[in-house]
Design a protein around this ligand. Structure first.
Ligand code: AMP
Length: 281
């Protein structure tokens, strides 16, 4: 695996590689790698001849300074994992490399509705930060395929919107959520959970599964109330639990027949904010 810290070097190396081998697959991450990240790399290896991962904890997408400060950093271990799993290129830039100028004066992306709901509503500015870093990374790597996790489903739609806005030719592949044996969605933030919080955390997935099993054309409101009350009883602070159309995340009060839909949940276990989702229909 070749590691680049400077975008200039990455660009010229990738330029040369692209002449020899294509397609190029790209997996952007914030590190503290787990099997969810590796499943994206595995998918990339299946489709692509050159596989690029990036690790950068992007300050502009954190709306909460404490969350940024406490984000786990395990770079040595990440490098070992990527090497072991056959990654070809790792881009590991510094903050100065990505944001050479001030962090505060950045461009704005017209994302419309998708930025006003769910994560966008509870984490103001978060998706602007996601777009800032993704535009830079996409321009540097110029991948043919971009591998993203369904775990961050709204982020996938935001990045698809960004790709439309900046007109970069890349195919987005959304990969399934990898879970621990007890159902908890894998996440770098899981390492911050206390013993008790970790024990309770699978409830998020259980609540979504139970909703999926029991939902019909008219009972979502009642099921949602019961689910939220069960989460509260188990000391979760719920940001949202919603049912939405998968295509555009239009929030729905009821299940729409014959329409791909998704249940989305965000809740705090102590200080740690967890998200999960489940496709229905
Ligand atoms: P992150 O490092 O959290 O920014 O995530 C980098 C990429 O990995 C994103 O596309 C995430 O959606 C994806 N990802 C995170 N957790 C999982 C998971 N449990 N299963 C599959 N993909 C994931």
């Amino acid at each position: 695996m070749v590691i680049f810290k400077r975008s200039e070097d990455l660009l010229s190396y990738l330029g040369a590689m692209r002449k020899l081998k294509t397609p190029v697959g790209f997996v952007p991450t914030m590190g503290a790698l787990h099997n969810g990240h590796i499943s994206l790399l595995e998918k990339s290896k299946k489709y692509c001849s050159v596989n690029v991962c990036s690790i950068f904890i992007n300050p502009t997408q954190f709306n909460n300074a404490d969350d940024y400060k406490k984000y786990p950093v395990t770079t040595e271990e990440d490098i070992r994992i990527l090497e072991e799993n056959g990654c070809d290129i790792l881009f590991l830039p510094s903050e100065k490399e990505v944001y050479p100028d001030s962090l505060s004066k950045q461009k704005h992306f017209e994302l419309g509705y998708i930025e006003t709901i769910l994560e966008g509503k509870y984490r103001p500015g978060h998706f602007q930060g996601v777009c800032l870093i993704m535009e830079k990374l996409l321009n540097m790597v110029k991948p043919d395929f971009l591998f993203l996790g369904q775990k961050d489903f709204q982020q996938c739609l935001v990045i698809k919107k960004l790709i439309e806005l900046i007109k970069i030719p890349v195919t987005v592949v959304i990969c399934p959520i990898m879970r621990e044996a007890d159902g908890l969605a894998m996440s770098s933030r899981n390492t911050r959970l206390s013993g008790g919080e970790r024990e309770r955390a699978p409830l998020l997935h259980q609540v979504l599964q139970s909703l999926k099993s029991n939902i019909n054309a008219s009972n979502f409101k009642l099921l949602k109330e019961q689910a939220i009350s069960s989460l509260h009883q188990n000391n979760f602070r719920v940001d949202y639990l919603e049912l939405a159309r998968r295509e555009d995340l239009k929030i729905c009060e009821q299940l729409l027949a014959d329409e791909p839909m998704i249940l989305l949940l965000a809740a705090f276990a102590g200080e740690v904010r967890l998200i999960d989702n489940l496709y229905i229909n």
